[in-house]
Design a protein around this ligand. Structure first.
Ligand code: 13P
Length: 248
């Protein structure tokens, strides 16, 4: 595939630890829409294979993978297993995993290398905590996470960056538009410095994106889409967010 010259828009849903078989009807509803931009759903591992069968044009991704190809890692899943199940993407370094599973920038980077070797597109998450924000450290934190978590093999075709302020996830709170703009501009600047196709990486915002605030967020420069948690679980909520992105 030729290298992209400008970022592709992506509406990504992270179902987290939500969804039994009945939730596949939401995927049916999304697959039946005329979406107008790339859509990705990352269901729990148990639904990956059936989700692929229900997804139509919608891409399906995992929510994590191990850095090793295989071996004695009880409860883990490899990038090749995700690919084998029909996934095209994997979320890495989500703040819930950084917090609950002690993931570091180095471990996220190792997972990203494994995912790229398996042919997956990575959605690498970063974002500051509320304490870091209050201390005025947001840009320093995201720069460190970007440098540490994104491997040298990253390209605009195999890597998406998601800025998710930890304090905005599931809280109904979001940064100001200026704050989002500042972070995304810095992410773009650093990607352009490091990668020859840095201008074409898709940059997502995540954290309390809803149908009511999506359009305003998508109008911000360098915001190419969203990584959505709660509002991705129902097609009735995620559909309007997809439409807002397609229109932006
Ligand atoms: O963590 C998120 C997506 O990965 C965001 O979750 P919410 O959209 O529920 O705030």
């Amino acid at each position: 595939m030729a290298a992209p010259h400008s970022p592709r828009k992506l509406a990504a849903g992270n179902w987290k630890m939500n969804g039994l078989t009945a939730a596949l009807s939401e995927l049916d509803a999304l697959a039946a829409r005329d979406n107008g931009c790339d859509v990705l759903i990352c269901p729990p591992f148990t639904l990956l294979t059936p989700a692929v069968a229900h997804a139509g044009e919608i891409a399906i991704g995992g929510q994590d993978c191990h850095a090793a190809e295989s071996g004695a890692h009880t409860g883990d899943i490899s990038a090749a297993m995700l690919k084998d199940a029909g996934a095209s993407h994997v979320i890495l370094g989500h703040s819930e995993r950084r917090a609950d599973h002690a993931e570091t920038d180095a471990s996220v980077r190792a997972k990203a290398v494994a995912a790229h070797e398996a042919g997956l597109i990575t959605v690498i998450c970063l974002g500051e905590t509320e304490a870091e924000r209050d201390a005025g450290d947001t840009l320093r934190v995201i720069e460190t996470q970007l440098a540490g978590s994104v491997p040298d093999c990253a390209t605009a075709s195999n890597t998406v960056i998601a800025y998710e302020p930890v304090w905005a996830i599931g809280t109904g709170r979001t940064p100001t538009n200026d704050e989002i703009a500042q972070v995304h501009a810095r992410l773009r600047e650093k990607l352009v410095e490091r990668f020859s196709d840095g201008a074409a990486f898709t940059l997502l915002y995540g954290g309390s994106v809803k149908p009511g605030n999506a359009s305003v967020i998508f109008d911000i420069e360098h915001v190419n889409g969203a990584l959505v948690g709660g509002a991705s679980l129902k097609a009735a909520d995620f559909g309007p967010i997809i439409d807002a992105l397609a229109r932006a």
